[in-house]
Ligand binder design. Structure first.
Ligand SMILES: [Zn+2]
Length: 232
């Protein structure tokens, strides 16, 4: 099959794209790629929300995603934020915060639940990297929360090990099970509950929170718009 010739219009379009890229100030690109890691909770929150703003407006810079970066961090990582997020395929932290390799320490499990294993993983990161920020990232229409509400309302038992997730979420979700917007309210309640649990159950995290060197914040990801909002 012959390879179609590239028409004049395609060349013009390609030239237009290239010109558009070149028109961006080189300094802005360099600054985005080499931005130093934030060292305070406030700066870390600001950095994540700025990255999410780029993502939702179609201006992602995809920093730290080159082979050079891979080689740079191969010998040692220095992530500056710990994420406890849902395993949901639509909630990938590096994408929605426009970060890259070695920036975020991701702990992910359906329902963004803290248990001893997850807490151990979080504490490892805190001890090792002293990150200024820990984020519990829940999201709109979370399947783990919906399954729990369904189990509560129908009396059904979730199959296999899914039941462990449902039973862990049950006491947090139960107050909202019969509400019209129950899933959304339960998602937010769960974000707050898991953030509180990290601080309550981890002396390692609590010491840093009390010293003001690390903050634990809750955040909600909107599946429709891609926007991350802090949950207080
Ligand atoms: Zn989920």
């Amino acid at each position: 099959m012959p390879i179609p010739a590239i028409g004049r219009r395609s060349l013009l379009a390609a030239g237009g794209v290239a010109a558009g890229v070149l028109a961006l100030p080189a300094a802005a690109h360099a600054a985005a790629k080499d931005e130093p890691a934030p060292t305070t909770p406030t700066a870390a929150v600001r950095r994540l929300l700025a990255g999410n703003r780029r993502f939702t407006t179609g201006h992602s810079r995809h920093p730290h995603q080159t082979l050079d970066r891979l080689h740079e961090v191969a010998a040692g990582q220095h992530p500056w934020a710990v994420l406890l997020g849902c395993a949901d395929s639509r909630v990938s932290p590096e994408l929605l915060f426009d970060e890259g390799i070695g920036d975020l320490f991701d702990d992910r499990v359906a329902g963004n639940i803290v248990d001893d294993l997850l807490l151990g993983s979080i504490e490892y990161a805190v001890e090792e990297f002293a990150p200024p920020l820990i984020v519990v990232l829940g999201h709109e229409r979370c399947g783990a929360v919906s399954a729990t509400i369904n189990a509560i309302n129908t009396g059904a038992t979730a199959p296999g090990h899914i039941a462990t997730i449902v039973e862990t979420l049950r006491p947090i979700v139960a107050p909202y099970a019969s509400a019209a917007d129950g899933v959304e309210r339960a998602v937010q309640a769960n974000i707050k509950a898991q953030a509180a649990a990290i601080v309550a159950q981890s002396e390692i995290v609590r010491e840093r929170v009390e010293a003001g060197t690390t903050a634990v914040v809750g955040a909600r990801y909107d599946l429709d718009a891609g926007v991350v909002s802090l949950v207080h």
